[in-house]
Design a protein around this ligand. Sequence first.
Ligand code: DQA
Length: 140
Amino acid sequence: MNIIIINGPNLNLLGKREPEIYGNETFKKYFKKLQEKYPNVNLEYFQSNIEGEIINKIQEVGFSYDGIVLNAAAYTHTSVGIGDATKAIQTPVVEVHISNVYQREEFRHKSFIAPNAKGVIAGFGMNSYELAILSLINKD
Ligand code: DQA
């Protein structure tokens, strides 16, 4: 089973970025734990701060992989292009957020991805990613 986690802008700073919201753990460390916990899943990771690179990656994997766990970060709320990309592909997308975006500013309540996503997981810290993976593994 091939699952990719795609992280959007500023998520390369996890561990040092607003730790009161996003925690103290680097994504590299968390990702290693995930890979160890799910050895039967071919789990990949991609991060970019650039909208077009995220769209390219979604297109690249979106007709062959079994799942995309997508935290498009701020682009979630602004990017018609990423929203369209999630609509154009066949691979199921699970939208993920570390924080509960619905407890935060109103501009974070809008998502261009959610209408095309299999589901949305928000507010469980880094565990949001694991819950998304479980939702793709236990798909029936
Ligand atoms: C985020 C929430 C977004 O609103 C924000 O722009 C992020 C991270 C989250 O994981 O909680 O960068 O997607």
